[in-house]
Design a protein around this ligand. Structure first.
Ligand code: PLP
Length: 423
């Protein structure tokens, strides 16, 4: 059922979508809760909650036992691997489940570090979340040299010339974010992968922020690794890594002896979060379900996922446009990142802003009292806030828009900000 919200037309059935998320009934001081904190973690639909509790009720066991619930647990994990393979456009045995993106990246950096020698180089960016920075920087312990790519302060885009200059024949790995969790910039990761491979280096992509906002295709990107977190795309608190089969088999993980050496299990330590894994299948199905509503003729889950993102991207861009246009009218506001609507294809609807003398914490607190959930601070994009010189006074106010947000929420937020700033 197409929905028109003032001037943003979308084929997404917003009333149905919003009815799927029980947390949207929340109120704060009598105000309806507006979840604009999705970059820190999105809300989950009832189907994800049901899948998690269904697992705990009917399949709760450890893996590889010779009895019903254990066999069901094996099936639960296999189903989630298949769902994530459709999400990534990979094969199931290239999908690794973990605690979160940070711990998966530390595991991978330790393993890749075993292959590196003194004088080898790694290229990182100053636009990235610290989880795609510190785990690689730690390899300096092994004599590896870390090169840091700058970004353009005016619009917070990656400096691709600097990147080109930092990659050379000694480069063994380039780690880059698909999109910035602070300022929303979408990087040209296909080009970064091409440049890394031209130098014989591996490409490691942090897609945590990008995953709820756009389709991922690891085959088209040709990246060696890509990692994301299901709690950012309507699922449980877990991390998921894609790795090219050859790398997952060749690299040596740190692991206990009793753990199988089969890939991808060799990368999954101890007992996994089985109920979370059940929730992962459900969150991928939620996205695919949106696609099936929009395009009933789709034949595969992958096609359904792509159909969903087609409309998610379009709708979110409209919301982003409206929010940024409104923020620009607030006296003393400064938006960090791309703010020209003609270039919005290069950003996610994640907006970092500062407004006059008001600290981000003050704004987030006052908004929170009115039911608007936003973030203040650096959100671990520490290099970015330091480079932009906002770290010392509270970072930015971050407003994150998702396909489940509405024009009315954007308009109410702008009205609240106007009131707070005028007081
Ligand atoms: C871009 C980005 N990368 C990495 C992370 C870390 O993810 P996790 O909490 O799954 O370790 C985050 C978390 O906010 C993020 O936004």
């Amino acid at each position: 059922m197409p929905t028109t919200q003032d001037d943003i037309a979308t084929k997404l059935d917003l009333p149905w979508i919003r009815s799927q998320f029980p947390s949207f009934a929340e109120k704060v001081n009598g105000y309806p809760a507006a979840y604009l904190d999705g970059p820190g973690g999105t809300q989950v639909p009832q189907s994800v909650i049901d899948a998690i509790s269904h697992y705990l009720k009917h399949s709760n066991a450890n893996t590889c036992g010779a009895y019903a619930t254990s066999l069901r647990t094996n099936e639960t994990i296999a189903a989630a691997r298949s769902a994530m393979a459709d999400f990534f456009n990979s094969d199931s045995d290239e999908v690794v489940f973990g605690f979160n993106m940070t711990s998966l990246t530390y595991a991978m950096s330790r393993a890749i570090g075993r292959e590196l020698a003194h004088g080898d180089e790694i290229v990182l960016t100053l636009l990235d979340h610290d989880a795609n920075f510190s785990p690689w920087k730690a390899l300096e312990e092994c004599g590896v040299t870390v090169r840091q790519v700058a970004f353009n302060a005016a619009d917070c885009t990656l400096d691709m010339n600097d990147l080109a200059g930092k990659i050379n024949s000694r480069t063994k790995l380039v780690a880059v974010g698909y999109a910035s969790n602070a300022v929303g910039t979408i990087n040209d990761v296909r080009e970064v992968v091409r440049r890394a491979h031209a130098a014989g280096a591996l490409a490691y992509i942090d897609a945590v922020h990008y995953a709820p906002h756009g389709p991922i295709d690891v085959r088209a990107l040709d990246c060696d690794f890509l990692v994301c977190s299901s709690y950012k795309f309507f699922g449980p608190h877990m991390g998921v890594l894609y790795g090219k089969r050859a790398h997952l088999r060749r690299l040596q993980p740190y692991k206990v002896r009793a753990n199988t050496n089969d890939s991808p299990n060799r990368w999954e330590w101890g007992t996994l979060n089985h109920e979370g894994i059940a929730g992962i299948t459900a969150c991928v199905e939620y996205i695919a379900g949106l696609g099936r509503q929009l395009k009933p003729a789709v034949k595969t889950r992958r096609e359904a996922i792509l159909a969903a993102y087609d409309e998610i991207v379009r709708y979110e861009r409209g919301l982003c446009d409206r929010l940024i246009a409104g923020l620009k009218t607030l006296q003393g506001s400064k938006i960090y990142g791309i703010s020209d609507p003609k270039r919005f294809e290069h950003r996610c609807p994640t907006i970092a802003v500062r407004i006059g003398r008001h600290s981000p914490l003050e704004l987030a607190t006052k908004l929170g009292e009115r039911g608007f959930f936003t973030w203040d601070g650096n959100y671990y994009a520490l290099n970015l806030t330091e480079q932009l010189d906002v770290e010392k006074d509270g970072g930015f106010l971050r407003i994150g828009l998702f396909h489940y947000n509405t024009v009315q929420e954007v308009d109410r937020l702008l009205a609240a900000l106007r009131e707070i700033v005028a007081a």
